[in-house]
Design a protein around this ligand. Structure first.
Ligand SMILES: [Zn+2]
Ligand SMILES: [Zn+2]
Length: 228
């Protein structure tokens, strides 16, 4: 594991405390009889980039009778968020076969707070997310050394044609994931997370006697003596 970035975890804790205070102030305004307890929680991974991005996340539903859940509540949430300096989006989340959700969402410096209700149903959902930040230094990935090289290959064996002795998956080189086009981690499409080479299963070498004909074709030195 990489080293922690000095102060990053403390900053995220401060961000989380501020976010919780904002949600409690908002709740005190729009559901004053139901201001939720918001205990501290561990950061979660928000974005699976090469350098993982973390955030603190709040999700809480407060009890409230259905009759009180009117669009006016969302109006008041939007007004409070605007007055507190948040940029507010509001609208309706349609869901097939279900009553739409009404929401007001505030965005500010990468933070987000949202209030949602479902008309005709009780309960108010508060959610919040801090801005994301890395907690660990970015370490340069050092691929593992090959498990077999030409000098160490066993008698009657050849280096695996797929990984050339690496033993580990040659695409992700033992990580089990690769970076997708979006810059986020995706499961390796060659080993599907198994991390080892799918052809030699991590051995780095293959027994010549066990090679199928098409596998023998991977080796120029065997082509003249094909078993087919
Ligand atoms: Zn892989
Ligand atoms: Zn292999």
């Amino acid at each position: 594991m990489a080293d922690e970035i000095p102060g990053a975890r403390e900053q995220l804790a401060r961000d989380g405390a501020w976010l919780r205070a904002q949600i409690r102030e908002l709740a005190a305004e729009i559901t004053p009889e139901q201001v939720p307890d918001l205990p501290e929680r561990d950061p979660v991974v928000a974005d699976w980039q090469e350098q993982l991005q973390y955030k603190d996340k709040v999700t809480v539903t407060v009890d409230r009778s259905a009759e009180l859940n009117t669009p006016e509540l969302i109006d008041r949430a939007a007004a409070w968020l605007t007055a507190a300096g948040w940029t507010v989006e509001r609208g309706t989340i349609e869901r097939k076969g279900r009553t739409p959700l009404l929401h007001a969402t505030g965005i500010r410096d990468g933070f987000e707070i949202s209030v949602r209700i479902q008309q005709g149903f009780g309960g108010v959902l508060y959610t919040g997310d801090t801005a994301t930040r890395p907690l660990y230094e970015l370490e340069e990935f050092v691929p593992p050394v090959p498990v077999k090289i030409a000098e160490t290959v066993s008698d009657g064996h050849l280096l695996c044609y797929e990984c050339v002795g690496l033993g580990w998956c040659p695409l992700c080189r033992s990580r089990g994931w690769i970076l997708g086009a979006s810059g986020s981690r995706e499961q390796c499409r060659e080993c599907h997370g198994a991390r080892v080479c799918p052809v030699c299963d991590g051995r780095g070498e293959l027994a010549v006697s066990a090679l199928a004909g098409w596998e023998r074709d991977q080796y120029p030195e065997l082509r003249n003596q094909s078993s087919r």
